[in-house]
Design a protein around this ligand. Structure first.
Ligand code: IFM
Length: 442
């Protein structure tokens, strides 16, 4: 495999921003610093949910090594550091008492970013729900938007003055559908009613958080959704119909709620009976105006008809080269979502790629050429989307360093920096150096 030369900063428009992303539970070491227990701790402690039952108790020990990690981001030549705050670190029970050490940690972390010339791009929720809220049904509970609004207000009173951007919730599809219908993520439910309610409450919580932050005069507020190119496994009408349903649930439901104030008919046909009564009333805050939209993109999915019960689809293995996750590499999908989203939902609203990257079975002594090739193809898809008129303003790679990949534990490596999970030593990979060459210049 020959190593491509990655697009450089100078290949993008002048004001284009580059960055890397992580999330709290995946890197911090959640058993430290007074954080409360989360539903990921108990999900991981339940057999067969997570590879080797691994959890985020120590992870990359970023809580104690954050200064070195920020140095790595600065030396990469990044403009943005997209990170997340753990609700359970800040409010161990989700409501009420505050863990001062938690807020102090984020305070120092944000000052550390600013001192290094990095723009802090915060996410308020990247999946570590406090167990005390999970006990009350978590995202299925209609009080979640109020609890989330209170948490948002508390955080912003302390930190809001120094954040470059904020998105309330990372990847609503994962928080709701993947976790409450497919059962792959905490809380591991497989229940259509729970999924419908979680999908709606996630959006309602997003909207309430935006309102809270606007009331504080905050700017540069957005949303981050994930997308997967939905492709029929074959030319049959049944596969095409299955693909349309998958696409509506995954790629259209959340954007339609946020930007059109309604849910797609193809989703309502299965979920409307399970949504909360008068759910339409909540569109008044769900559609609160945003300053940008973030798109997380990794792969495509091939679909055919499934078990016959709505939504009646199943994934089928595809022919393209795959990452360590078994995900097909399909950069055309990123071009599609950037151009299609602008045309259908967001118009001139600035778009950011807020996550993109690949898991690879890296060892510290082998250059990760596969990752460089993946990043190259996807950054070139971004350049084509810009040429085709998409208002794309930045690209953020996932992830700064190898970390806790949820149900896959520490086995899947997404990092630009290798982490030895015994010594916790960091070692930049070839992809880090390849990006730095183009990002640091001019
Ligand atoms: O690691 C995750 C991240 O937490 C959310 N987006 C997808 C990544 C890779 O699976």
């Amino acid at each position: 495999m020959t190593t491509p030369t990655l697009p450089a900063r100078s290949d993008f428009p002048q004001d284009f921003l580059l960055g890397v992303a992580t999330s709290a539970y995946q890197i911090e070491g959640h058993a430290q610093g007074g954080a409360g227990q989360t539903h990921w701790d108990t999900f991981a402690a339940t057999g067969n949910n997570v590879t080797r039952a691994e959890n985020g108790a120590l992870a990359c020990d970023h809580l104690n090594r954050w200064e070195d990690d920020l140095d790595l981001i600065r030396d990469l030549g990044a403009d943005i550091y997209r990170f997340s705050l753990s609700w359970a670190r800040i409010m161990p029970e989700g409501r009420g008492a505050v863990n001062k050490a938690g807020l102090d940690f984020y305070d120092r972390l944000i000052d550390g970013m600013l001192a290094r010339g990095l723009r802090p791009a915060a996410t308020l929720y990247h999946w570590e729900l406090p167990s005390a809220l999970a006990d009350q049904g978590g995202w299925v509970n209609g009080d979640m938007p109020n609890w989330f609004a209170d948490y948002t207000d508390l955080v912003m009173a302390r930190l809001g003055d120094r954040l470059w951007s904020v998105a309330p919730i990372n990847e609503p599809w994962c928080v709701s559908w993947l976790s409450h219908f497919e059962g792959h993520h905490a809380p591991g439910l497989r229940d259509i009613r729970a999924a419908a309610r979680a999908m709606h409450h996630v959006l309602s919580s997003h909207g309430r958080a935006i309102e809270v932050m606007r009331a504080r005069g905050m700017r540069n507020l957005g949303a981050v959704c994930n997308f997967e190119a939905a492709l029929p496994a074959d030319g049959s009408p049944a596969s095409k119909a299955a693909t349309a349903r998958y696409d509506a649930i995954y790629n259209q439901f959340f954007l339609s709620g946020l930007f059109h104030g309604r849910y797609p008919d193809l989703v309502l046909e299965g979920l409307e009976q399970h949504l909360p009564q008068n759910y339409q009333d909540d569109f008044a805050h769900i559609t609160a105006p945003l300053d940008w939209l973030g798109l997380n993109y990794y792969t495509c999915k091939r679909l055919s008809a499934g078990c016959g019960i709505w939504p009646n689809y199943q994934g089928v293995e595809g022919p393209l080269p795959k990452t360590q996750m078994g995900w097909e590499i399909y950069p055309e999908g990123l071009h599609h979502f950037l151009t299609h989203t602008a045309k259908t939902y967001t118009g001139d609203l600035p778009l950011y790629v807020t996550e993109n990257g690949m898991a690879n079975d890296d060892t510290p002594d082998q250059p990760d050429v596969a990752r460089i090739t993946y990043l190259d193809a996807h950054m070139r898809a971004c350049l084509r989307a810009i040429e085709d008129g998409a208002p794309l303003k930045g690209y953020i790679a996932w992830s700064l360093m190898d970390n806790y990949e949820w149900a896959f534990g520490y086995e899947k490596r997404f990092g630009l920096v290798h982490v030895d999970f015994d010594s916790l030593q960091r070692q930049p990979k070839a992809s880090y150096h390849a990006l730095a060459q183009g990002w640091r210049a001019g």
